[in-house]
Design a protein around this ligand. Structure first.
Ligand SMILES: NC(=O)C1=CN([C@@H]2O[C@H](COP(=O)(O)OP(=O)(O)OC[C@H]3O[C@@H](n4cnc5c(N)ncnc54)[C@H](OP(=O)(O)O)[C@@H]3O)[C@@H](O)[C@H]2O)C=CC1
Ligand SMILES: O=C1OC[C@@H](O)[C@H](O)[C@H]1O
Length: 394
């Protein structure tokens, strides 16, 4: 189902950004994009079209020809054959990195060292060691670095967070987060999600399940991982096509919170016949005095609902939040990516964004991912540069 969401998001983004083009201000944040990845248009190019203070100035691909074709089709002024060439361009302020997971660390580090701000796709890096080093480099560079957990910037996510922050429903007891896509929607083989060398795998790709769990519980790293079971890709047993795990967290919001997560890139069909298209990414949060359920937390701009059950009264309320409640900037058609862009531009411009994800949060997220991979026996993921280095020493 995740793929269907992705396609809907492209259409949504294309439609609303082309019908709401923003007149540009004189000094936009000039983005360069590393790679011609599929996600670029939904995550950055279309949101930029509808945003007054940003511009996509350059695209880089491994091949110049690919970059040129891409630049032409999206009306991007400059095209580079080679990622470093784009980083060397002094007319670029910020880099959006949509490279395969295993390449995030290397190129984010190079971008920061070239004096650029960085919007880095999830997962932040291949593992926590890389995350720690990258955050250190960002701090030294004085540039901003943001992990592109777009969903957290949307008013629906902000709303769930605000309910929990009131403490009305007491301590959190347990959470259950899930993200799946039916078998066949990510075709086996070439897709980066199946490559060990590019740090693919279900938990890496559908890392939203840990992100949502950690965000709403205010958790950093788990006290321990109770269990973790991977379903392995038959063509490369080091890659998880699915992952189920149970973690325990102690946080300001609860002690020994039981958190279950499930990610599956090959979700079996119901009765071997029906793809479970209704299984959108969701999270259930059980508290002492109530229960909150957030359906489609990952792309809430397309559709979502939030149910809040009060254990005391027995009443259940259903809420949808497509715009911020308090008059803050936002339109009903703004996607998670648009909100994310707004926050990123605010930060670069020296304004206080509505929401932000700091480096320590991204480090803790990668520590959780490492812990789950260790527990299931697959071991922490390796970065592409690490794999190449180990091959060269053999
Ligand atoms: N925020 C979100 O909603 C989403 C985020 N993502 C994240 O974005 C990133 C990109 O995902 P996706 O758009 O599916 O990626 P794609 O597979 O569409 O693109 C990846 C790009 O990376 C470049 N690349 C460099 N080296 C390699 C290599 N060895 N093999 C393959 N590609 C290579 C290629 O660009 P070129 O040839 O131009 O150099 C390629 O087009 C991932 O980190 C993913 O987790 C993905 C989907 C949604
Ligand atoms: O980040 C993502 O969001 C949508 C999914 O379809 C995709 O696999 C993943 O990379």
């Amino acid at each position: 189902m995740a793929m269907a969401l992705q396609i809907s998001s492209f259409i949504h983004q294309y439609f609303f950004s082309t019908t709401n083009p923003a007149p540009k201000k004189s000094d936009p944040v000039r983005f360069g994009i590393l790679s011609t990845a599929l996600i670029n248009s939904a995550a950055l190019i279309y949101p930029v079209q509808a945003h007054p203070e940003s511009a996509v100035t350059a695209i880089a691909s491994r091949e110049l020809n690919t970059a040129e074709k891409y630049a032409k089709s999206y009306k991007i002024p400059k095209a580079y054959g080679g990622y470093q060439k784009l980083l060397d361009d002094p007319e670029i302020d910020a880099i959006y990195i949509s490279l395969p997971n295993g390449m995030h660390y290397e190129w984010a580090k190079k971008a920061l060292q070239a004096g650029k701000h960085v919007l880095l796709e999830k997962p932040f890096t291949a593992n926590a060691d890389e995350a720690r080093d990258l955050v250190r480099v960002a701090e030294t560079s004085g540039k901003h670095l943001l992990e592109a957990f777009h969903w957290r910037f949307h008013p629906a996510a902000r709303y769930v967070e605000s309910i929990l922050s009131t403490g009305k429903y007491g301590k959190i007891l347990s959470t259950r987060a899930s993200m799946t896509t039916p078998t066949g929607t990510i075709p086996r083989g070439k897709n980066i999600r199946w490559s060990y060398d590019l740090a693919g795998g279900a938990l890496m790709d559908m890392t939203y399940v840990l992100s949502s769990t950690r965000y709403f519980t205010h958790a950093q790293t788990p006290d321990y991982v109770v269990s973790a079971h991977s379903k392995n890709y038959p063509h490369d047993e080091r890659v998880d096509s699915g992952m189920i795990a149970e973690l325990r967290f102690t946080t300001p919001r609860g002690s020994d919170i039981k958190s279950e997560i499930r990610a599956d890139m090959e979700n079996p069909y119901l009765f071997h016949l029906i793809p479970k298209l209704w299984e959108l990414p969701d999270i259930r949060i059980k508290c002492e005095k109530g229960e909150i359920y957030f359906y489609n937390f990952m792309m809430p701009h397309l559709y979502h609902y939030i149910t809040i059950k009060d254990k005391h009264t027995g009443k259940t309320e259903t809420v949808k939040r497509y715009v911020p409640e308090d008059g803050k900037p936002g339109e009903s058609w703004w996607s998670t990516y648009h909100y994310q862009l707004q926050a990123f531009v605010d930060k670069v411009k020296g304004r206080e964004p509505e929401h932000w994800i700091d480096g320590n949060d991204s480090i803790a997220q990668m520590e959780c991912i490492d812990a789950v991979y260790e527990k299931c026996g697959l071991g922490r993921r390796k970065g592409t540069h690490e794999i190449i280095a180990s091959q060269n020493t053999v």
